[in-house]
Ligand binder design. Structure first.
Ligand SMILES: Cc1ncc(COP(=O)(O)O)c(C=O)c1O
Length: 457
């Protein structure tokens, strides 16, 4: 009998995260403060607990995963590495396609891999309440889940378009004891300003981040901190458990080499999670194509310049060196809500600049074609975000067929789409439209960015 799922025992779960900061041939540029100088850890102290700030600037290659976090990971980890035999058959490809199934976490995506350690480090630092933003709702659910396990309060600002489209995500957060409200809200100055200027705005991740930070730093008790579900160095590091597990499982599958590694990118965390352990191999000379995938409607990696920019709309975050469409960018209301972010993680931007990864963008309709092909051959209904990775995996498998090559393709199934069926509905009815971003929109959004320091790739 052929094996389809490659499973690790709990005792084989990695006990350390991988920190790519230790291995770059040259370090990434530092984040800058309002005065244009590199920020210091104490400047971040009102926003994050110091133990996470220390991880943010850490350059150790391996960082121990705390025992309490490992014990919670064991609720769903190690997650299966699945050989996509059904998909291979439908495509008639000689490629061997594998995916990490991160949809099996309680919240339905990879996000708890960082939500749990973030809640843990906040708790041991004495924090009582965490605020955050969420796009599609996956991150808010993950943090709500993690906070309830750690006995912390959780408040989630959810981008309004998703709040309206995905009421069940709000109910999941409430089931885990969190408070969830639509952003823009009337609870913060950033939200009120936006509502006054654009009462009908669908919201954006950049704005929701501003609201959540403002809420945290203005709490008079000093016991609230903010938590970000992607983009930052420590968040990407927490996700590397995905790729580290995958490496062990590929050995179980008898694979000596992987040719292509693929993940979708919003802020960049699930892609970094699956890819960074393989980027290490690539830096050490391995021949691997590593492909981050984004929507054509929010083309940060494929079309946006590399520059210093804020991570949020209200300019509360430091200036980050990243590929960015400009922090005022309001992405079109596409159905992969988790990929509607104006920037991309500085560590991934650095990988792009060093030529270690090769970004790609797909139109929404092609993504749903791929996601549906996957659902009908592998059974799992993917999150639309994950559909982007599937679209690239299918293209690579077709290329292998054309070239008659036995390639090994690995991608990350970052989440399931059981709460995202509205997009599928529109797709089946032929009402889903593509929004490749017009050049004029990019120019408009980047207007005014000249005032920030230039970042050299
Ligand atoms: C299922 C899923 N995949 C991917 C993403 C994109 O985020 P990131 O790039 O940080 O992995 C999200 C974000 O919400 C998500 O919910």
């Amino acid at each position: 009998m052929e094996t389809t799922k490659f499973l690790l025992h709990e005792s084989d779960m990695p006990r350390q995260w991988y920190n790519i900061m230790a291995d770059f041939p040259r370090p990434p540029l530092p984040p800058l403060g309002p005065d244009g100088n590199p920020i210091t850890p104490d400047m971040l102290a009102p926003v994050f607990p110091m133990n996470l700030i220390e991880q943010e600037v850490c350059t150790d290659r391996w960082v121990d995963i705390p025992e309490e976090v490992l014990n919670i990971y064991k609720m769903w980890r190690p997650v299966p590495l699945v050989r996509a035999r059904g998909l291979e058959k439908v495509l008639g490809t000689p490629a061997r396609i594998y995916y990490k199934n991160e949809s099996v976490s309680p919240a339905g995506s990879h996000k708890p891999n960082t939500a749990v350690p973030q809640a843990y480090y906040n708790k041991i630092f004495g924090i009582k309440r965490i605020t955050t933003e969420t796009g599609a709702g996956q991150w808010g659910c993950a943090l709500a889940f993690a906070c309830t396990l750690m006995g912390l309060e959780c408040k989630v600002y959810m981008v309004r378009i998703s709040f309206d489209q995905k009421p069940f995500r709000r109910l999941m957060m409430e089931t885990w004891g969190a408070q969830c409200l639509p952003s823009p809200s009337t609870e913060t100055q950033a939200g009120r300003n936006m509502l006054q200027e654009f009462p009908d705005t669908p919201g954006s991740l950049g704005l929701a981040i501003s609201e959540a930070i403002e809420d945290a730093v203005t709490d008079p008790t000093g016991k609230t901190r903010y938590s970000l579900g992607s983009v930052l160095n420590h968040v990407l590091m927490h996700q590397t458990i995905i790729g580290l597990e995958a490496k062990k499982q590929l050995v179980l599958a008898g694979e000596k080499k992987v040719d292509t590694v693929i993940g979708c990118v919003g802020g960049g965390s699930n892609f970094a999670g699956i890819a960074f352990p393989f980027v290490l191999d690539k830096m050490n000379g391995a021949d691997i194509d590593i492909i981050p995938v984004e929507p054509t409607s929010c083309p940060t990696m494929t079309r946006a310049p590399f520059s210093y920019d804020h991570g949020d709309l209200a300019e509360m975050t430091p200036l980050l060196p990243m590929h960015s469409l400009g922090h005022k960018f309001m992405p079109p209301p596409i159905h992969a809500g988790g990929l509607r972010y104006h920037g991309v993680a500085p560590l991934i931007s650095h990988c792009i600049n060093l030529g270690l990864v090769s970004p790609r963008a797909y139109d929404q309709v092609d993504v749903y074609d791929a996601a549906t092909t996957f659902a009908r051959s592998e059974g799992i209904i993917p999150a639309p975000e994950s559909g982007h990775a599937i679209a690239a995996a299918i293209d690579e498998a077709r290329k292998a067929k054309e070239e008659g090559k036995e390639r090994v393709i690995l991608f990350n199934l970052s989440g399931h789409g059981l709460m995202d069926l509205r997009g599928y509905d529109l797709y089946f009815r032929g009402e889903l439209v593509n929004y490749p971003l017009p050049e004029a929109e990019i120019a408009k959004s980047l207007h005014n960015m000249d005032k920030y320091p230039k970042a050299q790739a």
